[in-house]
Write a protein that binds this ligand. Structure first.
Ligand SMILES: Nc1ncnc2c1ncn2[C@@H]1O[C@H](COP(=O)(O)OP(=O)(O)OP(=O)(O)O)[C@@H](O)[C@H]1O
Length: 990
């Protein structure tokens, strides 16, 4: 038996090496004539590769390790084996440290392994000791654990590791061994270079671990994620060695650790939370209990597990997305270290992804701001994160994805992942998730949606979160309950975020066109917020319309249509002042081309922008509002099942295109819009048929914002409310003469549209109509409500049939009913005030009140209203998260107050009430009006918060003071509160 094998048995109690690789590495390290680089999978036994040689060497092996927690665990394990090892770090008491230094000064120190952080190693106070050891020839070896931390291309770069390179140059004859589990090729090269490894012997084993089964579950699609997790835990533990198994659930936030632990315990699995917010004693107790098998599951932030070497971990579940694929590999690799089959699962959620995305970008921005420059390496965090996302979202072998990420060949998975086991299931899950995402919309954007999916925990309230602040100081200072500090820290983070957003709102970088960009004046930035991409998109739209309606074009030759499209686009560009006007005009041109197939559209003919549009011959091309698009195509902007407020009536003049420049009031109704269209039409303008505005929503369009095109949709939807589906429209019986009587020159179609416009303008009318729709939400709850809302919106735009007219007033005395009568006569300002004057009565969500009112309103409507309320309630009760259990009914006023309070932190002097938030709020109120019967105060609150979470995103538009006032007036008006919902504090915003 060789001395190495003897030492293996004597000091570590192992009969043989774990693998040939391990033996080879140890032999090379013991030999000591060359530096060694080791890249072996998690749990492969890398530590032994320097620990065993340390026992055979003369002198001390200095081990650099990134975290005190990690060090402590290693030292404890070694000491438990009677191996003389200790650590010098800031946590070690002064007396103990003195003893260590005394030992190091001895001629023959007892210590064999000295663990140290890179910071301590580089600190001036340690240099005399280091120099002394070197000069006496007592520094046998330098081992750098977690060596990927040295690389800026690595997922866990630690700047202090960079100092090790310099240090090495001062230790000429001392061999070095660098070890990592997670190093793609680029990182390996970087580590070798940064640590000044001399002709290193490189040992690298594929990362594939066949005993780990990987799978991904889309969390949002689960009826109860905790129950799902519980089932997974039960199965994983049952599959493992009897009674011995345990597992880890990694969570991003402290609260989710607590929640997961609590839920699992309630469901019958013993679980404890572990995070830096716990007192040290509680944390130690949790860890010990888990180590000793007293609790089966630990729900922890990633600070847990580093250095925890437990062989029987049967599963590692990620409740939240890991920050990179490399981190994930490392974290999940804590399972199955005994080589037995174990499970690694990620509960994936797009919302989670977006939050993580934002945090990563924020972190990069912070680093860059600190450094004052950008580096290519900065992007690595993003690409590594994207690899993690791809791991979850793509159809493919999970092991292959990991292996490819680390530069290994595709392994033989042999069914050790969900995809290889059942690809159809994975595909179905992805498809279901993408369906969900198109309905819920913004959660799916790849872009950082904004700070605040607004969960204070995102910022961890300034606390240690998920993998971003892996520094020991944080760990040490968070031992006490510091909720006050945290609150303040969160406030600071919040303010900072606001400032960042504010400045990013104003600063927009213009992306120059490509060399072959066909646009005229392609690099002109004349129109603020109009990107080259958006223009190209419009151009493509124009050209495809010309191609498809060749009668409208001068020639059928496609190159000619392109030239023509370029000219039209350029002309529109030159004549538009704002991005919105530009887009509106493009839409108009598209409609004209379609309508006027056979007529000449070329701007070269006729002198105007379009020759068939004689209404524009004299005036500025954009001086009239564009004909709207069909709501059926533009109403897709619903989020969370709430119909866009703008689909009900317009909020801003500029959104509906030109034609209202002279108006002092920034708001207008669809009826006004229609009037303007009517004017236009009477002067010969066309435009009953338009291209869906959605068609214009191009990538990179600034007006589209981070939400994937809501603004476009808004525009078209506003317009659409006025003129959609005209052919089917029937006049409403009893409609006010002022509107229903056709004015001269206004076509019959437009009269019908006027009726539709009036209907859509009134929220109450809209929703009272909605009450009578018979369909109930399906099991998807909210999602199906979104569909339903969409359908309702469309039906609103079509005048109702006889039946429907009778139940249009289930909220009988509701003030807004009267609006249409005055709408067409009053100036816009008066219109806005109208609800305030008429709204002294309380609109409640008490189903009894509603139904009795509905009863008075019309016997025919009642059963349907009741049925609707009932089905909505039932549907909602079966739906996670949204308006579930009926609580004490809440009035609109109360609901508004709650929401306004929730919004308050984001609003200051008209600056930060973001457009999406604003719309969401309106949608939320609309939703309440529709479904509020089954909704209680608590639910309203949580719903409001969830809205804010989702919608406080990075759209670069701020609401104006007047918008805000209008919103408040609308809300207050519906409840009899002059001036809108008060914003007196009740602490809910906090
Ligand atoms: N030759 C061996 N025989 C049996 N067990 C071994 C052997 N070598 C190491 N082990 C055990 O394997 C487990 C994993 O070892 P170690 O912690 O060194 O892995 P690692 O490669 O450093 O993993 P990670 O990268 O996750 O830290 C430990 O429990 C260790 O005691």
């Amino acid at each position: 038996m060789s001395s190495i094998q003897k030492a293996l048995k004597t000091h570590f109690g192992f009969d043989k090496f774990r693998s040939q690789q391990q033996e080879d590495v140890i032999n090379a390290v013991v030999k000591g004539d060359r530096d060694v680089f080791v890249c072996m999978p998690t749990g492969a036994g890398k530590s032994l590769c320097y620990q065993l040689p340390a026992m055979l060497a003369q002198g001390i092996t200095m081990v650099v390790s990134p975290l005190i927690a990690l060090i402590q665990d290693q030292v404890d394990q070694l000491q438990a084996r009677n191996i003389p090892a200790c650590s010098i770090n800031s946590k070690v008491p002064a007396r103990e440290r003195r003893q260590i230094f005394e030992d190091l000064e001895r001629e023959t120190p007892c210590l064999k392994l000295l663990y140290i952080t890179p910071e301590m190693l580089a600190s001036p106070s340690f240099q005399p000791c280091l120099a002394s050891l070197c000069s006496r020839g007592l520094l046998a070896r330098l081992a750098v654990d977690e060596a990927h931390c040295v690389s800026q291309w690595g997922h866990d770069f630690r700047p202090d590791y960079l100092k090790l390179g310099k240090l090495r140059s001062r230790l000429p004859g001392v061999p070095c061994v660098a070890l990592t589990a997670t190093a793609p090729q680029r990182v390996r090269e970087d580590v070798t270079q940064s640590l000044c490894l001399r002709r290193p012997l490189s040992f690298s084993t594929p990362v594939f671990r066949s005993n780990l089964h990987y799978d991904v579950v889309f969390r949002d699609g689960l009826p109860d994620p905790y129950v799902h997790l519980h089932a997974f835990v039960k199965k994983a533990l049952a599959d493992g060695s009897a009674g011995q198994g345990c597992g880890i659930v990694y969570c991003r936030t402290r609260d989710s650790c607590e929640e997961v632990a609590h839920r699992l315990t309630r469901l019958g699995v013993s679980a404890k939370a572990y995070h830096a917010g716990l007192k040290a004693a509680d944390r130690t107790e949790a860890q010990n209990d888990w180590m000793q098998g007293k609790v089966a599951v630990i729900a922890a932030t990633i600070s847990f597990g580093m250095g925890v070497d437990k062989a029987t971990v049967r599963f590692v579940a990620h409740w939240n997305l890991a920050k990179s694929l490399a981190s994930y590999y490392q974290e999940s690799g804590r399972a199955g270290r005994d080589g037995l089959p174990s499970s690694c699962r990620t509960y994936y959620s797009p919302q989670d992804r977006d939050q993580m995305n934002f945090l990563i970008r924020k972190e990069i921005a912070r680093t860059q701001a600190k450094r004052g420059s950008e580096k290519d390496q900065d992007k690595v965090a993003i690409t590594d994160f994207e690899a993690m996302v791809a791991f979850c979202e793509q159809e493919g072998c999970r092991h292959a994805t990991i292996s490819q990420f680390f530069g290994d060949k595709k392994p033989d998975c042999a069914g050790a992942c969900d995809f290889c086991k059942d690809p159809k299931l994975v595909r179905a899950q992805i498809e279901a998730a993408s369906r969900l995402s198109t309905r819920t919309g913004p959660a799916q954007s790849k872009e950082s949606r904004g700070p605040f999916g607004f969960d204070p925990e995102l910022y961890a309230g300034g606390r240690k979160g998920y993998g971003f602040e892996r520094c020991d100081e944080d760990w040490e200072t968070n031992t006490e309950d510091d909720s006050e500090k945290r609150r303040k820290a969160f406030g600071d983070v919040f303010k900072k975020q606001m400032n960042i957003r504010k400045s990013s709102d104003t600063k927009e970088t213009f992306v120059p066109p490509d060399a072959d960009c066909p646009l005229g004046d392609a690099s002109s930035q004349r129109i603020p917020k109009l990107t080259v991409k958006a223009r190209e998109h419009c151009l493509a739209l124009l050209q495809s319309t010309l191609d498809n309606h060749q009668g409208a074009a001068v020639s059928t030759d496609s190159s000619d249509t392109q030239t023509l499209a370029v000219e039209i686009e350029h002309k529109v560009f030159r004549s538009s002042k704002t991005a919105n006007l530009y887009k509106a005009t493009v839409l108009k041109r598209v409609a004209e081309i379609k309508k006027g197939a056979g007529e000449v559209v070329s701007p070269r003919v006729g002198g105007g922008e379009t020759s068939n549009c004689n209404s524009h011959a004299d005036g500025p091309p954009d001086s009239k509002p564009d004909p709207p698009s069909s709501p059926s195509t533009s109403s897709g902007g619903d989020f969370l099942g709430f119909t866009s407020a703008s689909q009900i009536y317009s909020l801003k003049r500029k959104r509906v295109g030109a034609g209202f420049r002279g108006s002092s009031n920034p708001f207008q109704t669809a009826a006004e819009l229609l009037r303007a269209s009517g004017d236009q039409d009477t002067s010969g303008g066309s435009g009953a048929e338009t291209e869906p505005a959605d068609a214009l929503r191009g990538p990179g369009d600034p007006a589209e914002g981070a939400d994937g095109g809501k603004r476009w949709k808004t525009e078209s939807a506003v317009a659409g409310a006025a003129v959609s589906s005209p052919e089917k429209a029937q006049p409403i019986a009893g409609a006010p003469a002022s509107v229903s009587s056709p004015t001269k020159g206004v076509s019959r179609k437009q009269q019908k549209l006027a009726q539709a416009a009036k209907m859509s303008r009134s929220i109450c009318q809209y929703f009272s109509k909605k009450q009578e729709e018979g369909s109930a939400p399906d099991a998807d709850g909210l999602i199906s409500m979104a569909e339903e809302d969409k359908a309702d919106l469309e039906s609103v735009c079509e005048p109702p049939g006889e039946d429907e007219r009778e139940v249009e007033t289930p909220l009988d005395e509701k003030p807004l009913q009267k609006e249409p009568h005055v709408e067409s006569e009053d100036p816009p300002g008066a219109k806005r005030q109208r609800p305030l004057q008429d709204s002294r009565k309380r609109v409640t969500f008490d189903s009894n009140v509603q139904e009795s009112k509905a009863g008075r309103a019309g016997a025919r409507g009642v059963p349907r209203v009741q049925k609707k309320a009932k089905t909505l309630k039932e549907g909602a009760e079966g739906t996670a998260g949204v308006l579930r259990a009926p609580e004490k009914p809440v009035t609109l006023k109360e609901a508004a107050d709650i929401v306004v309070h929730c919004l308050d932190p984001f609003y200051s002097q008209g600056k930060f009430a973001n457009k999406d938030l604003f719309k969401s709020f309106a949608r939320f109120l609309s939703h309440l009006l529709t479904n509020g019967r089954s909704c209680g105060k608590g639910q309203v609150k949580s719903e409001a918060r969830s809205l804010i979470k989702r919608f406080f995103s990075s759209l670069p538009l701020c609401q104006s003071e007047s918008d805000w006032a209008h919103l408040r007036a609308t809300v207050g008006g519906a409840n009899g509160t002059e001036g809108g919902a008060e914003r007196e504090g009740d602490g809910q915003a906090a």
